[in-house]
Design a protein around this ligand. Structure first.
Ligand code: ADP
Ligand code: DAR
Length: 363
């Protein structure tokens, strides 16, 4: 999307953005956007645009302005937004990633020693399933709000070709949403494989344009290695299986990411590591999670969440973000993804989950 004349786009939205910003500031929103977008920062950034795609402050914060219940409330419409709007992004990034300050630099990729990871629940008493995912953006493309229909189709075509070349335990099938029956789509979502549709936060961020063109899911034959194409990020590469064998799930994700990166150039910055649409996913982009039942600990949700936070873990509902627990199943994962290596992120998750299980056993 070529940048439109500065004064045209900016002036058109300025009054609307001012009114929405004032509504945010006067609300009881707990978003990091409200916490850090002071009037001075707002005034300093409201006329800025990114050089290549012309993204504006409104493009970054529209989701958080429309959804006062956002946890974060900001996305990067293109990679340059992290630099042009750094006063707001840096503050939110430092808070969310627990101290990644403007003078920190993300470490090089380091998968680490896989033998350090174990089956977290060998007797299958608590953990229903384990999943490790990472996100990647493809070099040369902007993020969702700036993508054209051609961009979506190009990425889908490129990835369809890449998936055809996968080997060992990875071969499978790519299923474009445009050719998927509704009942199959709903079944895959129900079974936790496919991304949900119509997320209001992503919609408000203009991340669902031309939907469902260019969107789809690759699944290997055992449905243990998946890749989401053009949902929130260009790619989400996912390894998952029943039980608690974190080591095997991590091994398979590494196998898949390594195979795909031989054919695709991922967007990476020296400061932030792998770049993503949402600042909460920068760096390693890794979210390692268990679906787990902790009946005693979860009887006191506040206690469970505070113990989880002590170990840098995040508690989500059964169907992921912004959902509730069903039948006492929680999605618990590492919170930090930036400022530490892939190995450290996995280790932080493993140590935290083992601690929660120890506490559950002690109650
Ligand atoms: P992400 O951050 O990877 O996008 P979401 O919170 O959107 O994750 O969840 C995506 C899907 O992955 C949801 O259907 C969720 O239920 C599923 N999921 C997450 N963790 C696990 C797990 N350990 N086992 C099975 N499914 C999982
Ligand atoms: N819904 C937004 C995003 C928070 C992080 N999750 C992502 N990127 N899926 C919010 O501000 O709550």
């Amino acid at each position: 999307m070529a940048p439109q004349p500065k004064n045209c786009r900016i002036k058109c939205v300025s009054k609307i953005m001012d009114e929405s910003y004032n509504r945010l500031i006067q609300s009881d929103s707990k978003s990091l956007l409200k916490k850090y977008l002071s009037q001075d920062v707002y005034n300093a950034l409201k006329e800025e645009q990114t050089p290549t795609y012309g993204s504006t402050l409104m493009d970054c914060i529209q989701s958080g302005l429309m959804n006062l219940d956002s946890g974060v409330g900001i996305y990067a419409p293109d990679p340059e937004a992290y630099t042009v709007f750094s006063p707001i992004f840096d503050a939110i990034i430092e808070d969310y990633h627990l101290g990644f300050s403007p003078n920190h630099t993300h470490p090089p990729l380091d998968w680490g020693d896989l033998t350090a990871f174990q089956n977290l629940d060998p007797e299958n008493r608590y953990i229903i399933s384990t999943r490790v995912r990472c996100g990647r953006s493809i070099e040369g493309y902007p993020f969702n709000p700036c993508m054209t229909e051609v961009h979506y189709k190009e990425i889908e075509q490129k990835m369809t070709d890449v998936f055809r070349g996968l080997s060992s335990e990875l071969p499978g099938t790519y299923r474009p949403l445009t050719k998927m029956m509704r009942c199959e789509q709903e079944r895959l979502i129900e079974d936790h494989y496919l991304f949900k549709e119509g997320d209001r936060f992503l919609k408000a961020a203009k991340a669902c344009q031309f939907w469902p063109v260019g969107r789809g899911i690759f699944m290997n034959k055992d449905k243990t290695f998946l890749t989401w194409v053009n949902e929130e990020d260009h790619l989400r590469m996912i390894s998952m299986e029943p039980g608690g064998d974190l080591g095997n799930v991590y091994r398979r994700m590494i196998l898949g990411v390594t195979a795909i990166q031989e054919q695709v150039n991922f967007a990476r910055s020296d400061r932030f590591g792998f770049l993503t649409f949402c600042p909460t996913n920068l760096g390693t982009t890794i979210r390692a999670s268990v679906h787990i039942k902790l009946p005693k600990l979860s009887s006191d949700k506040d206690k469970m969440k505070s113990v989880a936070e002590e170990h840098h873990l995040q508690v989500r509902g059964t169907r992921g973000e912004h959902t509730e627990s069903e039948e006492g199943i929680y999605d618990i994962s590492n919170k930090r993804r930036l400022g530490l290596t892939e190995f450290e992120a996995l280790k932080e998750m493993q140590d935290g989950i083992l601690k929660l299980i120890t506490i559950e056993n002690s109650l």
